[in-house]
Design a protein around this ligand. Structure first.
Ligand code: ADP
Length: 192
């Protein structure tokens, strides 16, 4: 299951899959402020990536303290096929009046900017905050797509591939119509 769209030289993709298996320069982790792992995406990345990633996370926390919401930090990717992992802390959903929408958008834009700084040309995101942090997936999908457009248009970003990875067919069915709706309003071309 896949959808893709070319937006100003950046391919936007929606795929059903496992973030740990993505063959891209950077995968993004939906991390906790402690950077010490947890369940969901975080657990899978540390489990499959091996102890090297956790060790680097420990060093980051020792230097700068725990991460703030929307902050993004980078480590190597251990045994994973990606080159780097960017760890970003999504907002906990509290009903939308606590700045969660902007905070989630910043997770994406900060991760994109950091990936670019490290020379990445491809990046894969999980649906940050939509698991244990309770963010509604439909809202998160709009934000995730908007962030890629902002990155291109306002931050003049130049990453070749931005991939959104959802973990269940049910989530794909929620994200796919939003992907189509948002990309239809962009000037680009829908591939599939
Ligand atoms: P958060 O704490 O930010 O909500 P979670 O890891 O709990 O993060 O969940 C974020 C999203 O990632 C959820 O939609 C969840 O279904 C999905 N997810 C969980 N494991 C994986 C995985 N291995 N690959 C891709 N997505 C995953």
């Amino acid at each position: 299951m896949k959808k893709s769209f070319l937006y100003k030289n950046t391919t936007l993709e929606l795929v059903l899959g496992d973030i740990t298996e993505q063959q891209v320069d950077v995968i993004v982790n939906a991390a906790k402020p402690s950077l010490m792992g947890g369940g969901g995406v975080d657990g899978a990345i540390h489990q499959k990536g091996g102890p090297e990633i956790l060790e680097e996370c420990r060093e980051i926390v020792a230097q700068q303290g725990e991460c703030n919401v929307s902050e993004a930090v980078i480590t190597s990717a251990g045994n994973l096929p990606a080159k780097h992992v960017i760890h970003t802390v999504g907002p906990v959903w509290k009903g939308s009046n606590y700045g969660e929408n902007v905070a989630l958008e910043r997770c994406y834009t900060n991760s994109l900017a950091l990936a670019q700084e490290h020379g990445a040309s491809s990046i894969a995101f999980p649906a940050i905050s939509t698991g244990s942090y309770g963010f509604p997936l439909d809202r998160a999908a709009y934000i995730a797509l908007r962030a890629a457009m902002l990155f291109k248009d306002e931050l003049k970003g130049h990453i070749d591939l931005v991939r959104y990875v959802v973990f269940s067919e049910q989530d794909f069915e929620v994200f796919a119509p939003i992907f189509e709706e948002v990309t239809m309003t962009m000037s680009g071309s829908l591939d599939s």
